[in-house]
Design a protein around this ligand. Structure first.
Ligand code: ADE
Length: 225
């Protein structure tokens, strides 16, 4: 899979993609992430990518020209299955969307900034608008990093234990059961006996009960309650 991210602050994405799973996935050839600076495509002599809003509202708006140039340059090289715009007024991101996006070959993520992007970019280029939550970030870069991370870890081979992506919270609309590691007794705080019993069936039942209890308590909406 290939993800191209368009940003006016590409430096913000240096950290998330140069470590851990994402970096390993890139090294294994499973997923490639390319971050592009939208300013490089601006024909303005100062490489400006924003301008005043016609409506007179406060705040700057991202202009069409450099975004169109960046998207067209990428589209010349390959076909894209989705062109996503990160924005607080997009569809709320969730695990089913991550699963769906992880099946695609090539996607572009345009990171919103300032007061947003000229509506004509949304009308003519964007195929999907995604929000990562009901709050406003300074820019869409962190949202793009969240989306890319959650997609890439689902690609077979991206994480060493493939089954662990399947047992994630939300994969079956349940939060995960609690997990423990050694020591079995830390200053009197003990791991539940059942986990030390070696009885796999009983352990699976315990995990399901715990997951249901946690979900009922913390996220009853996931159970339709
Ligand atoms: N840009 C600013 N806030 C955002 C959010 N909540 N989700 C996605 N992109 C954003």
């Amino acid at each position: 899979m290939r993800i191209d991210i368009l940003s006016v602050v590409p430096e913000l994405l240096d950290g998330p993609f140069n470590h851990s799973i994402i970096k390993r996935a890139a090294q294994k050839g499973i997923a490639e992430i390319h971050v592009h600076n939208i300013r490089d495509y601006s024909t303005d002599k100062h490489h400006r990518c924003d301008d005043y809003a016609f409506s007179g509202s406060a705040g700057m708006v991202m202009t069409i020209q450099p975004i169109e140039a960046a998207i067209e340059a990428l589209k010349k090289e390959r076909n894209y299955d989705a062109i996503i715009y990160t924005s607080p007024d997009g569809e709320m991101f969730n695990q089913p969307m991550a699963n769906q996006l992880s099946q695609l070959n090539n996607i572009i993520i345009l990171c919103g900034h300032y007061k947003g992007v000229d509506q004509r970019v949304r009308d003519h280029f964007i195929t999907r608008e995604i929000s990562i939550g009901d709050y406003v970030l300074t820019g869409g870069e962190l949202a793009a990093a969240v989306i890319a991370d959650s997609i890439i870890r689902l690609i077979p081979g991206a994480i060493s234990d493939e089954t662990s992506a399947l047992s994630d919270s939300f994969q079956d609309n349940l939060l995960s059961a609690p997990v423990y590691t050694r020591p079995a007794d830390y200053k009197g705080w003990k791991v539940p006996d059942i986990l030390l019993s070696g009885n796999e069936r009983a352990i699976e039942e315990w995990k399901l009960e715990q997951a249901l209890e946690r979900t009922r308590r913390l996220r009853p909406d996931l159970l339709g309650e």
